[in-house]
Design a protein around this ligand. Sequence first.
Ligand SMILES: NC(=O)c1ccc[n+]([C@@H]2O[C@H](COP(=O)([O-])OP(=O)(O)OC[C@H]3O[C@@H](n4cnc5c(N)ncnc54)[C@H](OP(=O)(O)O)[C@@H]3O)[C@@H](O)[C@H]2O)c1
Length: 235
Amino acid sequence: MSGDHNLCLTAEGTIVGRYGGFANKVRAHQAWAIPLPDGLDPATAGPLFCGGITVFNPIVQFDVQPTDRVGVIGIGGLGHMALEFLQAWGCEVTAFSTNPDKEAAARDMGANHFVNSKDPQALEAVANSLDLILATVNADLDWGAYINALRPKGRLHFVGVVPHAIQAQAFALIAGQKSVSGSPLGSPTTVAKMLDFAARHSIAPITETFEFNQVNEAIAHLESGKARYRIVLKH
Ligand SMILES: NC(=O)c1ccc[n+]([C@@H]2O[C@H](COP(=O)([O-])OP(=O)(O)OC[C@H]3O[C@@H](n4cnc5c(N)ncnc54)[C@H](OP(=O)(O)O)[C@@H]3O)[C@@H](O)[C@H]2O)c1
């Protein structure tokens, strides 16, 4: 295979112009095709490659320690996998959710604490307690309250795409030497590391399965916010 051909394959979007996630088969460059380890179920492993790696990547990048206290804002597709990974990593984990009905499930997934994020007093009660907070929501929140929840040198890290500019008081960052940051998915090496870790700790995304011919119902269910927590379409 010539170098040019190689470059062409690398530059070509894997699912562009085809059926994307609805395709029967996907052609991918070998560098981006990572085998599933034994112990991971192919029927539920799919979400690890997007939401899973997005929340696993910061754990590796920031060298999160088992002694760290970590918060996760939003218990949805990304957030529920973050709870599973962080619990297995050994951290003390706090789930921040707008939905008290998710408390029992969040605790099952690994949350040691559950905070109703609509309650300002509940947020105030966790002030100065967390080393890292992962924001997985796609909504604008009172970011100052979460910066306040960080310990000195703590980090508020965005993986969720919030719609508007993030508001923060400079002095709150300066005085506590706190950081605000963001990251995308993760490298193939980190994906392989995540799969190995998931297999070793029996971590799997929680999914609901719809038949392929129910795709419209599946999308409506997703848009209603009732999906728990990822949807898999079965061909
Ligand atoms: N960085 C990356 O590379 C990357 C990769 C994949 C996805 N993303 C982004 O990550 C975000 C989350 O994706 P997802 O698939 O996890 O979404 P999701 O399943 O809809 O979960 C988002 C969660 O955010 C919370 N939420 C929703 N609306 C809210 C509101 N108005 N106020 C407060 N909380 C709210 C809800 O959790 P509670 O019910 O617990 O409050 C919801 O379950 C999206 O913005 C997506 O684009 C980024």
